[in-house]
Structure formats: structure tokens, C-alpha cells
Design a protein around this ligand. Structure first.
Ligand SMILES: C[S@@+](CC[C@H](N)C(=O)[O-])C[C@H]1O[C@@H](n2cnc3c(N)ncnc32)[C@H](O)[C@@H]1O
Length: 301
């Protein structure tokens, strides 16, 4: 992975780890229990892959079979995991969307004239990038190739998918420099934000398609939704769309890091059955709660 991109991932992960984790106890317990179950049930004679392995905060590496590989584009992730778990696991540092380098190049081409490097007018640059994005089709080639050669029996995705969109935003912002390219007025349309959401959706679909074709048992944990606002919040019955699960008395502002995709339904259509699922609320920061979804799926017999 190119240096500026891996530096960006490192910064993101550092920001994640430096948050106040006082209210994370239940989230961490449930995540570790779920992923731990996946690791304990894995066939130890076959490779196991942990995607979004990060610093190992959520991954109980002590339960991981010997043939377990971590995958995370943050260049410090393996060392941090080793410090936390005293285990120097095999590791892959590639971009799991397969599309961040192209996105970065397109954003830089739009933000500044390639011949003079002079910055374009930010509004025009944002429009130019919005026009370029539909031609980008992220393809997780590295992941497909690894699965093709290693044939893992179990794959865990540890709180990774909800990050695809956030990382894509950081990539675009870093290309645009000091002036953020987003429309400040929430009442006005933002073609760049919409085009980037569509890019993220394509990245998620391509990623899930590779997982679906892997033939592995999948243990996925991801943000199903992000809820902004203080008021009471609870989860009602498990229905779609996920916003109908939210029980609250006050006004809530919600955002969907999966861009309208329902991972369980999509993988169901691709031939996997959900055999375990769980859900909980993760108070990530004051005024920001995540609805976390945990799904274990296996290929239909
Ligand atoms: C919320 S953190 C997960 C934390 C991790 N499960 C742990 O136990 O510490 C998401 C992780 O996904 C990684 N990540 C995000 N986008 C990625 C991408 N496109 N390719 C590879 N890794 C990525 C980040 O570097 C980060 O470590």
C-alpha cells in the first residue's frame, strides 16, 4: 500500500484507540465473545483470516488457531497486536477495498491541475471529482488472490466494513487540503458526498461478494448504523430497515455506514445461511451511539 494511504490508516486507528473507552465495556465483551466463538469453532487444520484485525482490542488472539493470519492496512496493527497478545501473527497490510489508490489518484487529479499542481477552485474541483467517481470500481483483488491460494476455512471481519466510507472520506479530504470539499449547508444537495457514498457501496458489495465466494464460514461484526443525539435509545424487534429497530422518545439523526446494504440478506442471496446473530448498542462517544450487528454465516449445504 502507498505510504500516504497507510499513514492515513495509521492516523485513523490512532484516533480510534485514543478515544475515551470508559463506556465501551459491554461492546468489547460482546465483540470478543462473538469473535472468540468464531475462532474456537474454526477448523484448526485450515487457515483462518482476521480482517480489520487492528490492534487486537476486539480480537481474542489467545483463542486463534495456529494458522491464523491478521489483515489490516494500518502499518502498526501487527506490532500493536503483538504487544497486546504476545503473538507475532502472519499479517497482510493491503487495502481491503482494493480501490483506495485509485480514489486517491482521482481526488488529487480533481483537486489540483496535474501539470501545474495549482489548486482548482474547491467547488469546481468537488464537481469534477463527483463526475469522476462513477467510473471507479473498487475490486478487492488482493483479498480474492489470498483466498484463492490459502483456502481459509473461517474468515472474521472485525468491525471493518463501517470504516470503508470513513476512510474514503479522509482520502478525499487529504487530497483537497485545507478546504473540506463537502457542502456545508445540509439543505443543499452534495453531489460529491453522494458519489462517494455510491463508491463506498460498490466497495462493500465487491468485498461481500469475495467473502461469499470464499466458501469459508464467516463471522462478521460491523456498525449497522450510527445514531447521533442524546435521548434514550433501545432496540426493538430485528426488522429491516434497521432504522425501524430503533426505539427512542426524542429526535434522532441516523447515518448508515453500509450505504443501504443489508449484509445478511446479500450473503443469503449469495448462498450463505445465518446461524448466529446478535446486536447491541455501542456508546462510542458522547452523543454518538453505534448499532452493532454480529452475524455468523456458513455456506448452504
Ligand atoms: C474500527 S477498527 C477495528 C479494530 C480492530 N478490530 C481491533 O480489534 O483493534 C477498523 C480497522 O480496519 C482497518 N481498515 C479500515 N479500512 C481498511 C482497508 N480499506 N483495508 C485494510 N484495513 C482497513 C483499520 O486500519 C482499522 O484497524
Amino acid at each position: 500500500m502507498a505510504k500516504p494511504l497507510s499513514r492515513l490508516l495509521r492516523r485513523e486507528q490512532r484516533a480510534f484507540l485514543s478515544r475515551d473507552r470508559a463506556a465501551w465495556g459491554e461492546h468489547l465483551d460482546r465483540t470478543r465473545a462473538f469473535l472468540g466463538e468464531g475462532l474456537q469453532e474454526a477448523d484448526p487444520s485450515r487457515p483462518v483470516l482476521v480482517l480489520g484485525a487492528g490492534a487486537g482490542l476486539e480480537v481474542p488472539w489467545g483463542l486463534a488457531p495456529a494458522l491464523t493470519t491478521g489483515w489490516d492496512a494500518d502499518p502498526w496493527s501487527r506490532a500493536r497486536t503483538a504487544l497486546r497478545h504476545r503473538r507475532w501473527a502472519p499479517w497482510v497490510f493491503e487495502d481491503l477495498t482494493g480501490g483506495l489508490a485509485d480514489l486517491d489518484a482521482a481526488a488529487r487529479r480533481a483537486a489540483a491541475e496535474p501539470w501545474s499542481r495549482r489548486r482548482r477552485d474547491p467547488e469546481k474541483a468537488a464537481r469534477r471529482l463527483a463526475g469522476l467517481l462513477p467510473s471507479l470500481h473498487p475490486d478487492p483483488e488482493a483479498l480474492r488472490a489470498w483466498i484463492g491460494t490459502q483456502n481459509p476455512g473461517t474468515i472474521l471481519a472485525a468491525n471493518l466494513m463501517g470504516q470503508f466510507g470513513a476512510v474514503a472520506e479522509r482520502v478525499v479530504e487529504s487530497a483537497f487540503g485545507p478546504v473540506a470539499p463537502w457542502e456545508a449547508d445540509p439543505e443543499r444537495p452534495d453531489p460529491l458526498a453522494e458519489a462517494l457514498q455510491a463508491w463506498t457501496r460498490r466497495a462493500l458489495e465487491a468485498f461481500l461478494a469475495v467473502l461469499a465466494g470464499s466458501g469459508a464460514i464467516l463471522w462478521l461484526i460491523h456498525d449497522r448504523g450510527v445514531v447521533f443525539g442524546e435521548g434514550l435509545l433501545d432496540l426493538g424487534p430485528w426488522v429491516e430497515p434497521w432504522t425501524a429497530q430503533l426505539r427512542s422518545r426524542g429526535e434522532l439523526e441516523v447515518s448508515d455506514p453500509l450505504m443501504g446494504l443489508d449484509a445478511g440478506a446479500l450473503l443469503g442471496v449469495a448462498g450463505l445461511d445465518t446461524h448466529r446473530r446478535d446486536r447491541w448498542i455501542w456508546p462510542l462517544a458522547p452523543g454518538q451511539r453505534h448499532v452493532v450487528e454480529a452475524l455468523a454465516l456458513r455456506p448452504r449445504a
